[in-house]
Design a protein around this ligand. Sequence first.
Ligand code: PMP
Ligand code: GLN
Length: 382
Amino acid sequence: LLSADNQLGVTIFEEITTLANRHGAINLGQGFPDTEGPAAIAEIAKQAISDGLNQYAPGSGSPDLRTAVAEHQARFHGQVLDPDTEVVITTGATEGIAAAVLAFVSSGDEVVTFEPFYDSYGATIALSGGVHRTVPLLAPDFQPDPEQLSSVVSDRTRMIILNNPHNPTGAVFGREVLEHIVALAIKHDALILSDEVYEHLTFGVEHIPVSTLEGAGDRTLTLSSAGKTFSFTGWKVGWATGPAHLVAALRTVKQFLSYSSGPAFQPAVAAALRLPTGFFTGFAADLGARGEILATGLDQAGMTVYRPRGTYFIVADVAPLGFTDAAVLARSMPELIGVAGIPLSVFCHPEGADRTRSLMRFAFCKREDVLIEASRRLSRLS
Ligand code: PMP
Ligand code: GLN
């Protein structure tokens, strides 16, 4: 099982971050912010530890946090959820992905994802014994071709995993694409697992949760996380929402993965979810502006830049600089110029890797001065 083929070796994030640290490089590889999340929120976690909230939390998450998640879904997405049966707290969205796949996918079942795909989809599908089918997202806009999508989803499809906004391409799927996915899921009686960890990080486009579309509600599990929205990626507090029968199955598996998640972080994340709407829109606007700084830097360095509509990430093509393989460049760049990025090919099966050979992903969830310095260093590639 532990072979490079099924991507269960050391994750690319670990590998590139280790290289970046070894060479003191600016790490635009692994997606984590270099600024702290809101101080008042961190204070709540500190206080909770001092107050003795240090033993196991309830397996499905504290009732108050589940209520805060339900309030958040109502405020931003107009959804009415029962916090007891339709919300479960997970140890990051990562656990939600694993629990959902292991709960529903049996050996031989097909699971459809878009490609490039976030690494843990490939790994958890492999762990479940499922068969991973993919639909390519191609530059420049990284939107799926409807016919191709229709041809990959079939009666053998148990689950369609959607990541919207999409890591690594920065694409945001519009209503038409989402409706097509829902129609296919209904036609072939497939479940939808929608990973929306970047739900608040869009730049000038609306994020539409697929679960809000007609016909999707009773077959969709939605995942999100405090990591991206509140810049606390290390806290590993996420949540899954959906109809009670799907949430119950996910919760059953979750019990045997982590059982429960960090109790002191839960009141803090509950407070974060209740922050005024201006926090969410302000953070996205600020992040989008930082994305533009890096996009300009990549442009000036001579790469072809595909500007993102959401997430932490920009994809750029390094071929105009004479580099044919972004994976080779990514492994030498930390030492060569003191900047780290992630090759897109690692988010792909071999065929997709060929299509994305010269593409690299850069994270812009970094301070402005860091992005300016990274841009200066990147210009040495040309
Ligand atoms: N899904 C996607 C698309 C991601 O980029 C990430 C990485 N943050 C995760 C899931 C994992 O989220 P968490 O850190 O909450 O486990
Ligand atoms: N989600 C982050 C990224 O895509 C990294 C998470 C991880 O290291 N597993 O870069």
